[in-house]
Design a protein. Structure first.
Length: 222
């Protein structure tokens, strides 16, 4: 297995420093990475373009590539944490999806991935259906949460009829999702039905539509 394949399948933490440098440079010569690391990682972090060019085997292009990688790593380390909104109530979850779902002429099923503090990671469309139904399996519903390692998830779908009361099929699906979540170790926070007439939460029951102020996009949120 190549280094690139190992990173994609297992992550980069298992690679040695020299292997990481070789990947950044795209260099085949193992000695180039060894020379760059001869004085340790702190010295490499402080290296100037001139010092890199004095290293045997280093060209201007390789030096620029390494400097760019070092600077990117520095910026990532110093970057402030993302401003993620906490979705603590049914209306918070509804506000995250209202503009995408509430007024559609067909049904869609979405998952809101959450971290342990119930902060939004991302919203993912799971399935698209017709006027009165959207078929979803637990396997499909939890796939994004497993992929992104989200410890919690809220589900939501819309009713084009404008009536948010869950159907018998909605309630059966909710039972299946709760059971699957317990088996997978993923907390199912809620399952919402969104409609022009309001919101229904599996946890809180009938709720009003989100307040218009909560629907205004905030800077930095995707």
């Amino acid at each position: 297995m190549s280094h690139a394949e190992r990173i994609l399948s297992e992550g980069s933490s298992g690679l040695a420093d020299a292997e990481l440098v070789r990947l950044v440079l795209g260099a085949r010569d193992q000695l180039v990475a060894a020379r760059l690391l001869a004085r340790g990682l702190p010295a490499l972090r402080r290296a100037t373009p001139g010092e890199l060019l004095l290293t045997a085997g280093m060209t201007a292009q390789l030096s620029a590539r390494l400097l760019a990688a070092l600077e990117l790593g520095r910026r990532v380390a110093l970057a402030p944490p993302a401003d993620r909104r906490r979705l603590l109530r049914a209306q918070d979850v509804a506000a995250a999806l209202w503009s995408q779902l509430a007024h559609l002429p067909h049904e869609e099923f979405w998952a809101v991935l959450l971290n342990a503090r119930l902060e939004e990671i991302r919203c993912v469309q799971i399935a698209r259906g017709g006027l009165t139904q959207c078929s979803v399996s637990p396997r499909e519903a939890f796939a994004p949460a497993l992929l992104h390692r989200a410890p919690a998830v809220a589900f939501a779908h819309n009713h084009p009829s404008g009536e948010a009361t869950p159907s018998g099929e909605d309630q059966r699906l909710q039972l299946l999702l709760d059971e699957a979540g317990r088996a997978l170790g993923i907390r199912v926070v809620d399952h919402l039905v969104l409609a022009e007439g309001g919101v229904h939460s599996a946890v809180e029951g009938a709720c009003p539509a989100p307040d218009p102020v909560s629907l205004v996009p905030r800077e930095g949120l995707g």
